[in-house]
Design a protein around this ligand. Structure first.
Ligand code: NDP
Length: 247
């Protein structure tokens, strides 16, 4: 499978899962735009890894929650690269808390970044895909969007929302050879899970039948599969990458 000639944008490509996705897509031949919001140095490191994988890419800083920044940045990508074929809506944040104590701003921040951000990027990217009559949109949701989790009502709502978004867009774009799918990771070794306290990390391990956290590369493998031509007849679906913790 080759992605030679394809142009990809990975939101939140500076770290964690996004970094692994950038590296794998570039290794398959895609030219990769590595998005970040504040971690420019980390994004540069991803770029070095992309080049070490034999690929090409460039960093692009913008806030996916800001409509103007998204529109201008995607316009620039499409003008410079000539197309935008693969969009991976990966960037995400957490602001955990029990609902009774959850601040409205924490609800808004998570919904705005994790769900509205994907809407904004997809809206701008899909115009170029429709023109080319080929496209791949892949939303990184979460096991939490399916199982729910006490203390993560905002995050679970946003992640479940990404599934509804993907299914609706899959129907809208099916006739244009644009597929829209989700990858739902379980617990993966990244900064996001490193931020959990030791007790929470131990509890997580006991919930995973395979007995250990996944790696960003485990998730990237599913994303790359969905991005390729071999997945052309798969749309509106979710691939779960979770070591068996949710079936
Ligand atoms: P990290 O916290 O390691 O990285 C988050 C990435 O998102 C960074 O690149 C960050 O950029 C970027 N980002 C955050 N906010 C914005 C924004 N407003 N605009 C642009 N970029 C932004 O996350 P993970 O790699 O762990 O997670 C990636 C995705 O996978 C997320 O959507 C997460 O919810 C999901 N996921 C993760 C799981 C896990 O166990 N780790 C499990 C299930 C799902 P910067 O470097 O500039 O801050």
């Amino acid at each position: 499978m080759s992605l030679k000639g394809k142009v990809a944008l990975v939101t939140g490509g500076s770290r964690g899962i996004g970094r692994a996705v950038c590296t794998r897509l570039a290794g398959m031949g895609a030219h990769v735009y590595i998005n970040y919001v504040s971690g420019s140095e980390a994004a540069e490191k991803t770029k070095r890894l992309v080049e070490e994988a034999g690929g090409t890419g460039e960093t692009i800083g913008f806030d996916i929650a800001d409509a103007t920044q998204v529109q201008e940045s995607l316009k620039k990508i499409i003008a410079d690269a000539g197309s935008l074929d693969i969009l991976v809506n990966n960037a995400g944040i957490t602001r955990d808390g029990l609902i009774a104590r959850m601040k409205e701003e924490d609800w808004d921040a998570v919904l705005t970044t994790n769900l509205k951000g994907a809407f904004l990027c997809t809206k701008s990217a899909s115009k170029a895909m429709m023109k080319k009559r080929w496209g791949r949109i892949i939303n990184i949701t979460s096991v939490i969007g399916f199982s729910g989790n006490g203390g993560q009502a905002n995050y679970a709502s946003a992640k479940a929302g990404l599934v509804g978004l993907a299914k609706s867009l899959a129907r809208e774009y099916a006739s244009r050879e644009i597929t829209v799918n989700c990858v739902a990771p379980g617990y993966i070794q990244t900064d996001m899970t490193a931020a959990l306290n030791a007790e929470a990390q131990e509890k997580i391990q006991t919930e995973i039948p395979m007995g250990s956290l996944g790696t960003p590369e485990d998730v990237a493998a599913a994303v790359v599969f969905l991005a390729g031509d071999e997945a052309r007849y798969i749309t509106g679906q979710t691939i779960h990458v979770n070591g068996g913790m949710y079936m």
